[in-house]
Design a protein around this ligand. Structure first.
Ligand code: COA
Length: 258
């Protein structure tokens, strides 16, 4: 199914591993094609409840867009490349099922942008984050200028963007870029444990939380109106009836996603 990813479905959790360790999992066209397919798979396969994106090997999550593909691109081709990357990352951000990044090493350039497109991030102790594009005479093209500013605030984001400074996992935690920092050998276990909790919740409610939180950053939407609508829609679900009934009957709810 994929040429550049390894994927495994285990108890509802789809673990996607970007698998170009000799190139530090740099994002070339094939990786983008595979990531696009993987997000479609997440959203269409009813067996998948949530997903983890990580990188192969001990060194890198993703060390950026594949710089070897930049040669000879003119302005229009570069814009098309950025648009395609942005569209795929937006699709991850807008996924109805939770997608989290397990950052196992360098998350630079497009790698940091990929991690930021996920719903939240967990890092291993040796992870490093940065947008080093200005070193190449470039800027981030896959949403990095926007999501970094959303996640860590304008002052910190502009400093990282214009200085190409790499930050370590502890700093990323302090900045709120990642939710947890754990030893490398515990990274996937931690991600899995968090998703097991989330997977036990009502899937439509989970999807609506993601959607309404995303609305904060969508100029075409009023997030408060979206919340009212989503709140009402939850009342029309079987899972809302089950959740409230189970609470009153002092038993654990069994959600069906309907
Ligand atoms: N695009 C293409 N190839 C990349 C890459 C990228 N973004 N990042 C790493 N690689 C390749 C290297 O060219 C090298 O390939 P080779 O063995 O065929 O020469 C291999 O991955 C290993 O990388 P290397 O640089 O030798 O590892 P290192 O430990 O010395 O340095 C980094 C690690 C992450 C600091 C360094 O690879 C780096 O700066 N990468 C580019 C980061 C970047 O600018 N990303 C933004 C791109 S827009």
């Amino acid at each position: 199914m994929y040429t550049t990813l390894a994927a495994e479905l285990n108890a509802g959790i789809y673990t996607i591993t970007i698998n170009r360790p000799d190139k530090l999992n740099a994002l070339n066209r094939d990786v983008f094609t595979d990531l696009n397919t993987a997000v479609d798979e997440i959203n269409s396969n009813p067996e998948i409840k949530s997903a983890i994106i990580t990188g192969a090997g001990p060194k890198a999550f993703v060390a950026g867009a594949d710089i070897s593909e930049f040669g000879g691109l003119d302005k229009a081709a570069a814009m098309a490349l950025a648009k395609r990357g942005q569209d795929i990352f937006l699709k991850i951000e807008q996924s109805k099922k939770p997608v989290i990044a397990a950052v196992n090493g360098f998350a630079l350039g497009g790698g940091c942008e990929l991690a930021m497109a996920c719903h939240f991030r967990i890092a291993s102790e040796h992870a490093k984050f940065g947008q080093p594009e200005v070193n190449l005479g470039l800027i981030p093209g896959y949403g990095g200028t926007q999501r970094l500013t959303q996640l860590i605030g304008k002052g910190r984001a502009i400093e990282l963007l214009i200085s190409a400074t790499m930050i370590d996992a502890a700093t990323a935690l302090q900045y709120g870029l990642v939710n947890y920092v754990v030893p490398a050998e515990e990274l996937l276990n931690k991600a899995t444990a968090i998703l097991q909790v989330i997977n036990s919740k009502a899937p439509i409610a989970v999807a609506r939380c993601i959607e309404t939180a995303n609305a904060v950053f969508d100029e075409t939407k009023n997030g408060f109106d979206e919340e009212v609508k989503a709140f009402g829609e939850c009342f029309a679900t079987n899972d809302m009836k089950e959740g409230t009934t189970a609470f009153l009957e002092k038993r654990k709810a069994v959600f069906t996603g309907k």
